[in-house]
Design a protein around this ligand. Structure first.
Ligand code: LFR
Length: 496
């Protein structure tokens, strides 16, 4: 008999996909069975997720996964971006569309929070880096709104999708750790933080962990998808980054990772959080991972910078072909101008080429004009930010990395991988590109008994079955040092 098929729903900031993963002894195959766009909608001045259209995409994808399985998938798992949530009223109905983490409604929330809980205390309790969109800031910004007053339940995005599929509500732990309401040592809610901020933890359904059962597809979902039940849903690392890092094909513990897509999440995997003041000042986060791990990392802007430039050029009537643009960027002189790719100034959408130009001007560097030059500036800047995060991660944790694993969509970007190897002065192992879906599938497969072992076992299966590409570092690191020095003193609008 053929190996069972697990369906992974992976929702990203610009598209969602459903993958069919076949897993057995020595077998790991992943097939994309459905992909759909995720287009945020600005309405009444607020940026929303179009969550019903995502649900439609999930249903279509599950139908396709059934066809790929030749019947029904052995189980379904869901992961997505972090921090955002939907509110349910007393009847279980969704109150309004979830707000996008790039919306600017949390602008003043940091001050409100700091007045009650100084940043150092909040960090010592939760280990989370400051990002303006952490769920706590969203909840503080939503304080006093009729929506929050009517809410009986709060579900993080993957938990919301899971609830719609099964009728069962839970809060998956890895994603819960991005709310800034979790104590990463206890791996449980931090009551002191919630109480200090007046946040009702009763809104969150009970915690569940990757591998836990999460219900079965409801009869109406079976109807909509043409599947015959029972089809179980399994909790996975529902934070996409948790699933992606679970699928880093590392050989041993001496690695740093960069999960690159819309974001570059760069750091190390640890077995305990680093809650020092130094780590806080370096804006490093401690998110919870699969199997008791901690992701000690920094959020770097990632390919968002380029995506937003492409969107701007398109709206100016000069659309660019990405492949062509990357080829031309590879031919541009390197390190002419760099920006701080970890600067929160770049979080909001809009006018990206202008904002990059502003940052270059501010730091006395040539302003890139041509799209190829802007693209080279973005990729050099990302590589530089990768290097800084990889170095800081080692320094802050006292651990050593001899390899940098690049996973996620950016693993397909040869120039980015090569520049990252050169900047870090370490070999880069690139792939898999669909790391989040692999992590999602592997955790389900293990729960179903189709794959064995801890993370090392799952990672060995990835290494044996997936094509990986290695980039050796080349050249001189001094130009990178000089580029870093040019932006070290930048005190732009995003700097606090
Ligand atoms: C990546 C990601 C990051 C998180 C950001 C916002 O997709 O999940 O880990 O910081 O999106 O949720």
């Amino acid at each position: 008999s053929r190996a069972p098929v697990f369906a992974a729903v992976d929702l990203g900031a610009s598209s969602g996909r459903v993958m069919a993963g076949r897993v057995g002894a020595g077998t790991l195959e992943l097939e994309e069975v459905h992909r759909f766009p995720n287009i945020p909608v600005r309405l009444g001045g607020t940026l929303h997720w179009d969550v019903l259209s995502l649900h439609r995409g999930v249903l279509d994808g599950l139908r396709a996964a059934g066809r790929a399985a030749g019947g029904r998938p052995a189980s379904v798992g869901i992961d997505s971006w972090a921090v955002d949530y939907g509110l349910l009223d007393a009847t279980g109905a969704l109150i309004g569309n979830p707000v996008h983490y790039r919306d600017n409604r949390t602008e003043h929330a940091a001050r409100t929070v700091a007045d009650v809980l100084p940043p150092a205390e909040l960090y010592a309790a939760t280990g989370l880096q400051y990002l303006p969109f952490n769920t706590v800031y969203q909840l503080v910004a939503a304080r006093g709104t009729p929506a929050l007053a009517a809410a009986r339940r709060l579900l993080l995005v993957p938990d919301l999708v899971s609830y719609w599929l099964t009728g069962e509500a839970g809060t998956e732990l890895t994603n819960a750790s991005t709310t800034q309401l979790i104590d990463p040592r206890a791996r449980d809610w931090s009551r002191p933080v919630a109480d200090a901020l007046g946040i009702d933890l009763g809104l969150f359904p009970p915690l569940r962990r990757p591998g836990d059962p999460a219900g079965r597809l409801l009869p109406d979902v079976l109807d909509e998808t043409g599947l015959t039940g029972p089809v179980p849903v399994t909790a996975v690392g529902s934070h996409d980054t948790a699933s992606a890092v679970a699928a880093v094909p590392a050989r041993d513990e001496r690695f740093a990772y960069i999960a690159t897509g819309t974001w570059s999440l760069a750091g190390m995997e640890l077995d305990a959080p680093v809650l020092t003041e130094e780590s806080r000042r370096a804006n490093f986060t401690n998110e919870l991972g699969v199997d008791g791990t901690v992701r000690h990392l920094r959020n770097v802007m990632g390919l968002w910078l380029l995506q937003e430039c492409l969107r701007a050029w398109e709206s100016e009537g000069r659309p660019q072909d990405l492949g062509e643009l990357l080829r031309r960027a590879a031919g541009e002189p390197g390190l002419r101008s760099v920006v701080d790719a970890a600067d929160p100034e770049f979080i909001a959408p809009g006018r990206m080429p202008d904002r990059i130009a502003d940052a270059c001007r501010r730091t006395g560097q040539p302003v890139p004009r041509d799209p190829a030059a802007v693209t080279r500036c973005v990729l050099d800047s990302l590589a530089l930010a990768h290097r800084r995060a990889v170095e800081d991660a080692q320094r802050l944790s006292g651990r050593v990395a001899d390899t940098v694993h690049v996973v996620g969509g950016g693993a397909r970007n040869e120039l980015l991988c090569r520049l990252t190897a050169d900047a870090c002065g370490l070999p880069v192992v690139a792939g898999p590109a669909e790391a989040a879906a692999f992590g999602n599938v592997l955790v389900q497969a293990r729960a179903a008994g189709a794959a064995g072992g801890g993370l090392p076992g799952l990672r060995a299966l990835l290494r044996e079955t997936q094509p990986l590409r290695r980039y050796e570092p080349a050249g001189d690191r001094r130009p990178w040092d000089r580029a870093a020095a040019r932006i070290a003193g930048d005190t732009g609008p995003g700097k606090r």
